[in-house]
Design a protein around this ligand. Structure first.
Ligand code: ZN
Length: 166
């Protein structure tokens, strides 16, 4: 098993993510840690960098600026779209995100931020764009990736045995 966190190591962590004001924004559930493949953009760059070289049992506290987190907010990322542009059965509630194709063919992720009778307000900024991310992370486990995980660029669960569709 790998001794330290480096590229192509499958890393399992417990984490708490707080805002600058101390509000908990996200965290791994008790007994259900997060597993990711290091060096494959599975987690935000600032956190990945901070974890490089760490060992099982290490605790890392780091403030990740937006530039190394979910990006800075782009005011032009907020759009209002006619309700009719969406399929009638589309689930449109605030917080839902989906992938849309722009005129130039680029695929972008969008979040629904508001819905009224005939319009949908969407934001192409990640909900945590512009936010400095205060992470507290404990390294739980390290292992080598299986061939399929390396090919996919992400782990298949903590042990590598989880199946999924692409
Ligand atoms: Zn996969």
């Amino acid at each position: 098993m790998p001794e330290i966190i480096a590229d192509d190591v499958v890393v399992t962590i417990d984490y708490i993510l707080r805002s600058g004001g101390g509000e908990v924004l996200d965290q791994s559930d008790a007994g259900d840690p997060l597993t990711y493949l290091h060096g494959h953009d599975n987690i935000v760059p600032g956190l990945e960098q901070a974890l490089t070289g760490k060992k099982v049992g290490d605790v890392v506290q780091i403030a990740v600026p937006p530039e190394e987190g979910y990006g800075v907010r782009d005011p032009e990322g907020v759009r209002v779209i006619d309700r009719d542009s969406f399929p009638p059965d589309a689930e449109l509630t605030p917080g839902i995100n989906f992938v849309a194709e722009l005129e130039d063919g680029e695929q972008v992720q969008m979040w629904v931020v508001g819905v009224d009778d005939d319009q949908v307000h969407i934001d192409m900024n990640h909900p945590l764009a512009g936010v400095t991310l205060h992470f507290e992370v404990k390294v739980i486990e390290l292992r080598k990736p299986l061939a399929g995980e390396l090919a996919h660029g992400h782990p298949h669960g903590r042990t590598g045995s989880e199946h999924h569709h692409h």
